[in-house]
Design a protein around this ligand. Structure first.
Ligand code: HEC
Length: 240
């Protein structure tokens, strides 16, 4: 009976059979060889973390603590809030009342005149009369009352300036420029270039405005000449 069993086909390969034809021990070793050689299959579980990783996390935690304590902003709730927007304060430049201040402001205002009368104050032939050495600005036809009227209400019609005839139209400035600005630009043109005449003050311009009242048509040279040279509008600076 036992002989019969040995004759049966073996479940394992026929290699490595010993003389008796029994290969069972060798097969068992061979089959287990890979199992012994290989590492354990990794498996989920609560393995302790490696020391190096623990150190890494420790260092990270330490750094975080340092960072927090040095950048905590004293743990104030509002520390990262945007600062309250500062109220916008428009600097209102005090209106100049003295000659130097008026002249300085007048130089700025004059930018609006320079397009026509030119930065040199020489005007343009046949188009815009000169302001420099003009008899109407600082010459023998000039007065504060007259100039205030020319600026406030504009000028049109024929006018002779430095011997040259003009027949144009200057817009009125009374609604665009304040009394101070008109006084300033007049102070400027009366004392700039070759002109040497005294300042014009805001109250002089206001006095002219009050004296003439509202008016939509421009002044003519003839009208201006009717204003006596020594006329001083009520409330204007008295002549010294
Ligand atoms: C759009 C062009 C124009 C602008 C801008 C202008 N003017 Fe005139 N201005 C004229 C003209 C044109 C006349 C002559 C009007 C006429 O023919 O009756 C004149 C005349 C005058 C006169 C009298 C004549 C003379 O030459 O002395 C004065 C003073 C004057 N302007 C001052 C000013 C001042 C100051 C400003 C700036 C606030 C100014 N003008 C801006 C065109 C201009």
């Amino acid at each position: 009976m036992s002989d019969d069993i040995n004759k049966l086909p073996r479940p394992y390969s026929s290699e490595g059979m010993d003389a008796s034809g029994d290969a069972r021990d060798i097969d068992v070793q061979r089959i287990h060889a890979p199992v012994i050689r290989e590492h354990n299959e990794p498996r989920d579980g609560l393995e302790p973390i490696p020391v190096w990783m623990g150190m890494c996390f420790g260092a990270l935690l330490f750094w975080g603590g340092m960072y927090m304590s040095s950048n905590s902003g004293e743990y104030r709730g509002d520390v990262y809030d945007r600062p309250e927007p500062k109220p916008v304060v428009f600097k209102v430049e005090a209106e100049p009342t003295d000659e130097a201040g008026l002249r300085k402001l007048g130089e700025k205002v004059f930018a609006q005149c320079a397009a026509c009368h030119q930065p040199t104050g020489e005007g343009l032939p046949n188009q815009f009369p000169a302001l420099n050495k003009s008899e109407w600005v600082a010459g023998d036809k000039a007065s504060v009352a007259r100039l205030s009227r020319i600026l406030l209400y504009g000028m049109s019609g024929e006018v002779t300036v430095r011997g040259n005839k003009f027949n144009g139209a200057m817009p009125a400035w009374g609604s665009q420029l304040s009394d101070t600005k008109i006084a300033a630009v007049l102070t400027y043109i009366r004392s700039n270039w070759d002109n040497k005449a005294g300042p014009v003050f805001a109250k002089d311009v206001k006095a002219a405005r009050d004296a003439v009242g509202s008016r939509s048509s421009a002044m003519t040279a003839a009208e201006i000449e009717k204003v006596p040279l020594d006329a001083i509008d009520p409330g204007a600076t008295p002549k010294k």
